[in-house]
Design a protein around this ligand. Structure first.
Ligand SMILES: [Zn+2]
Length: 633
């Protein structure tokens, strides 16, 4: 502890020694409390994987599939011998296209096989009626991670240059001759450029309710005469689609200007480049290393992942929920589950109390908020069900004539077909969006559901060896953070059933918007050493953090042995992070979570109890005048 810093930079006071000593792993852009825990789990899972590859006694069907796939991903001798050949049939299929009409004919098969085309369909829960699932239409992402990079000429030149250089190497390793590579890249980038004005920025995407734009079949047909999107939709879901949701209306409005016969060579080149980049990590060692070079450079990661680790993740990522389930059942267990469950309901009760005592909401809105809170479904540890495609997936082997590209296509077909089969059906709310072995947690607004995977229910977030106050500063705040997402600027638009539905009185909604604006202003432009924080991009997470820390602290205060300092210290500890400047800059541009140092310090400055406990005065840098504090939940 650097006690002398507590009043000026609490984050540094708590984490200073750690920050000095922490080493960023060569294959990572950062190290953090999250990542330290992740690396421990990774080691455990990789040990299990190597044990399983020698002895499969007692493994269930899904784990046996993982073992078989892992045999393929780690066999780099065969991967190197095969070189680019597994991907050649895919690229041939694109090269054989002669016109946009050809692409139209093949679009459905491409989508099923997981071959990138510049736009596509996906079935998801209907925001307006969360008991149903509907069709969403969206366009591809850009080559650079955010539109802002294209708007600054200097950054654009630098990053497009980097993209060109690293991609050129991938295309040459794939086996294309240098002249052809140049031509392909120029055309692919020209197409990418056409998409920039109709692509949402990270800030625009953070307002995720704006993704929901209903369009009728007639409107769709009227705006996209150059490509029969309506027929594609009907074929994919096997029935006549009368309305669908467009995630990005600007793209549909300009569709005919971008997707037309004149631009076909640009589209085709974009598809060749995108798909070689997308599939390259399934090929030889040189190709998998080269295909990660752009992201490594962009994030300031020193070196590629070791081959062994990479091979593990290629198998793990496909069947992660099955391994997560094994992990949860083996290392988490019913006792810890019960303990955390109790804590979740304690936090929910405190939240309810706080809503009751809330001073800025009308009774009508309060009541609705409490109804929503009571309806939140809580999922802890590991899921009861696995994705249905796990049962259907039959893993091949090199001896049986398969390879990793064929496995990827097989897997894609299962999942894409499964996705389209959900059209107009009720969702299965027992399925989780992340494996139990992932150090994370989430709130799903369309299910009004919070999920805490087993992996995050450990030190420093939670431990029976830690004081209750420390646990409340860690996992307690995470729990209350996820609950607060039900009431952040996005979540507050959904009702207790997860449907878009305004349950606010006019006056309260106006106050909430004002308060959200105050939260934007509190963080906006605050310097972090690598650039300013973007208040608008991070507002939902900052509202959740603020509600999280306040409610967790309230719950902690109810404990007999409550200790402010232990609470504050663990709060600051879980946000510790050391990263390359490039990575921090990237996060400032694209991440809806604020920079770690601000998540720790600003939320404490914004807390009256912290100010009182440390007797802060305006001379202290952690001081924020009480009338400047922003309290929402
Ligand atoms: Zn969050």
């Amino acid at each position: 502890m650097k006690k002398e810093l507590m009043k000026d930079n609490f984050y540094e006071a708590v984490n200073g020694e750690w920050l000095e000593k922490a080493v960023i792993p060569g294959d990572q852009p950062q190290i953090s409390a999250f990542l330290e825990l992740h690396l421990e789990i990774e080691e455990l899972l990789m040990d299990l994987a190597s044990k399983w590859s020698k002895d499969q006694t007692g493994l269930n069907n899904h784990l046996l599939k993982f073992v078989k796939l892992h045999e393929m991903t780690k066999d780099f001798e065969t991967r190197d011998k095969l070189g680019s050949t597994p991907l050649e049939p895919v690229i041939k299929r694109i090269e054989n296209l002669k016109s946009l009409k050809d692409l139209e004919k093949n679009a459905q098969e491409f989508m099923l096989d997981g071959i990138d085309i510049p736009f596509g369909y996906h079935v998801m829960q209907d925001f307006m009626n969360s008991n149903n699932q509907v069709l969403y239409f969206g366009a591809t992402d850009l080559f650079l991670p955010d539109t802002s990079y294209y708007h600054n000429p200097e950054t654009k030149e630098q990053l497009i240059g980097l993209f060109k250089m690293t991609t050129m190497q991938v295309l040459q390793l794939y086996g294309l001759d240098p002249e052809k590579v140049n031509e392909l890249l120029e055309k692919a980038l020209a197409f990418d450029e056409l998409l920039v004005p109709v692509t949402k920025s990270s800030v625009e995407k953070a307002d995720y309710v704006s993704m929901y734009n209903l369009i009728s079949k007639a409107e769709l047909i009227g705006k996209t005469k150059t490509f029969n999107l309506s027929k594609l939709a009907n074929n994919l879901v096997g029935t006549e689609v009368e309305t669908l949701i467009v995630t990005n209306p600007a793209f549909i409005d300009k569709f005919e200007e971008i997707i037309n016969e004149e631009n076909f060579e640009l589209i085709k080149s974009w598809m060749i480049v995108s798909n070689i980049l997308g599939f390259a990590s399934l090929l030889s060692e040189p190709l998998r290393v080269a295909s990660g070079a752009f992201m490594r450079a962009l994030s300031g990661t020193a070196e590629p992942q070791a081959q062994e680790k990479f091979a593990f993740y290629q198998a793990y990522n496909r069947l992660s929920q099955a391994i997560g389930l094994y992990y949860g059942e083996t290392y988490f267990g019913p006792k810890a589950k019960k303990d955390v469950e109790e804590m979740v309901y304690e936090v929910i009760n405190v939240y309810k109390e706080r809503l009751h005592n809330n001073t800025w909401l009308d009774d009508a809105t309060k009541e609705k908020a409490i109804v929503k809170l009571n309806k939140i479904s809580v999922h802890i540890g590991y899921p009861e069900e696995l994705p249905p495609t796990y049962n259907l997936y039959e893993v091949g082997s090199y001896a049986e004539g398969s390879n990793l590209v064929l496995e990827s296509i097989k897997w894609s077909r299962l999942n894409v077909e499964e996705n389209f089969s959900k059209y107009n059906k009720e969702p299965n709310r027992n399925l989780w969006a992340m494996p139990a072995s992932m150090v994370n947690a989430y709130y799903m607004p369309t299910n009004n559901q919070i999920v805490f995977p087993a992996a995050i229910l450990q030190k420093p977030y939670y431990s029976i060896d830690q004081s209750r106050s420390a646990n409340y500063g860690g996992i307690g705040a995470v729990i209350a953070h996820e609950i607060s997402h039900a009431f952040d600027n996005n979540g507050a638009k959904f009702d207790e059933f997860g449907s878009l539905n305004n349950w606010w009185t006019e006056k309260d909604l106006a106050t909430f918007k004002e308060k959200s604006k105050a939260m934007i202003d509190l963080f906006d432009g605050v310097e972090t050493g690598n650039g300013p924080c973007n208040g608008e991009l991070t507002v939902s997470e900052n509202i959740a953090d603020s509600g999280g820390i306040r409610s967790a602290l309230e719950a902690s205060k109810k404990e007999k042995d409550h200790n402010y300092e232990e609470f504050f210290i663990n709060w600051a500890r879980v946000w510790r992070m050391k990263a390359s400047p490039q990575f921090l800059q990237l996060l400032l541009t694209v991440d809806v979570h604020g920079p770690a140092v601000l998540r720790a310090n600003m939320q404490l400055s914004n807390l009256p109890e912290f100010q009182d406990f440390y007797k802060l005065t305006p001379e202290d840098k952690m001081y924020l005048a009480k009338d400047k504090m922003v309290e929402i939940w």
